[in-house]
Ligand binder design. Sequence first.
Ligand code: G6P
Length: 613
Amino acid sequence: MCGIIGYVGPDLCADTLIGALSKLEYRGYDSAGIAVIDEGGALVTRRAEGKLGNLVKRLREEPVDGRTGIGHTRWATHGAPTESNAHPHRSGSIAVIHNGIIENHLELKAELREHGHEFTSETDTEVFAHLVDHYRTVRGLALPEAVRQAVIRLHGAYAVVVVDAKTPGMLVGARMASPLVLGVGEGANYLASDAAALLSHTRDMVFIEDGQVVTLTPGGVELRDVASGELLPVAPVHVTWSPAMAEKGGYKHFMLKEIHEQPRAIGDTLRGRVSLERNAVNLPEVPLTRDDLASFRQIYVVACGTSWHAGLVGRYLFEDLAGLSPHVELASELRYRKAPMDERTLFIAVSQSGETADTLAALRDAKAKGARCIAICNVLGSSIPRECEGTVYTHAGPEIGVASTKAFTTQVAALHLIALHFGRLLGRLDDGAMAAELAALLHVPSVIETLLLAGEAPYEEIARAWHDRTSMLFLGRGSLFPMALEGALKLKEISYIHAEGYAAGEMKHGPIALIDEKTPTIILNPRDGHYAKVRSNLSEVRARSGPVCVVATEGDADAGDAATFCLTVPDVPEHVLPLVMAVPMQLIAYHMADFKGTDVDQPRNLAKSVTVE
Ligand code: G6P
């Protein structure tokens, strides 16, 4: 977690650093800071506890500017979220920013103390500043070489960027297991945690690999292998995301914008991959033959958080459409289990960011055991796709709101495509069934568009009525069980209301004890194969005086009978119902949080990209 940015070029860069940090704040917002080499050649830092706004205020009072600079937004791991623990950290003429965890920092600290270094923070990062300083002053190494030597000493995960007042006009960065993107501009170069932070400056990017160190000057870039010091080729790729995609575009919050972007995002994820003429799914990114598929003894779908919920929806699709029943696992659990895997295992990693530490670790473990690995991912060039044989990229565009919305629905759409592809390869879907599935999937963007156009007044009404509740239940059956989990997760993430998602059929085994007139239940009860059973669960809640919001199919005359609130979704085939049902789940959470006035895009304690374990 943590967001980092570096600039070297002809312009004064404080605003550029702050602008990029505002795009990276989703990665953590416990503190923020910048360091620049000012016009007099002095290294100046400004840091502030809390969100970026506090730093901006500080800079207004005590402005600072320069043409070489670094900036950081922090998600605290080592040391409290105070100003003294905020990055950049300094030693002598050196300032550094870091994303990750330096696992051997205590050992390095002890060593540096013996050389007379004194530390002012509780962070793991500060030792790196001292280590670079030590190599510069004691061994007299040039900055790039000092950074390379210092990086060789580190254990753990890091993306670091270093500036030195003795060498203005230069940035040195390095990466191991935390993302670092080089932006190649005209007469200026950049380093950042992700491509979205750089889009307003350049779309030509180099995704720095683990074990590489990069030196930037305004006019040049030099990439080297950390271990050998050998020069490596620099080959920028052109990113297609547009700068506007990383802006709010008139919406009150990124989350709301991203909810409304779903018709476009799902459409883009399907585009080029569905052929109605050939009645086929086109997925060259998944390099598996029919024989490969038939040889697998097991399939794992592995993810964290909301991406895990997408995986759970995927299991129903894989079972129904391809006759395959994957294990859908939480990466943070699976990586510590001794699950047997071999070359007859297919491992599908699902990750919006492509950087989640647990998903990456579980993937590496599966790979080491011989599993074939593919990814579903939203971020081009991120770590998880780079370690897989093939990646189905979701084309959601940058997702900035910490609570995932469009990334989730595009992951579900991608899993649906893979299930159809596998179903066809294995001969499980006849022409008629395939045509119906494809038509339903292609229709989803316009269905969601209609749902969104219907307006948000009913959600605002629910928020007004229930924003002060302390606990809520979400119930669903079949593929809407994961949607109940997702609805509950969204609500707790951003409104801080405790919520539980449950399989409706399990309610009687525990959660029914929670029901009283103060505990609302959201019941997903469209006209699907589980309609009657879920309807009985609804009656059971009502019989215990529990207030209910039912989410039903449009035109279901009986739906609202027993409910306090009734939301509706268009009547769609069952396999695309989770995609459509995602929208009311997201909007209930959004309006509840907005009514309460919480920080919707940056909820407390969370970060979007969890790159620590
Ligand atoms: C964090 C985010 C979630 C996300 C999860 C997994 O918890 O807040 O929105 O679902 O990480 O992230 P990934 O990038 O691997 O999908």
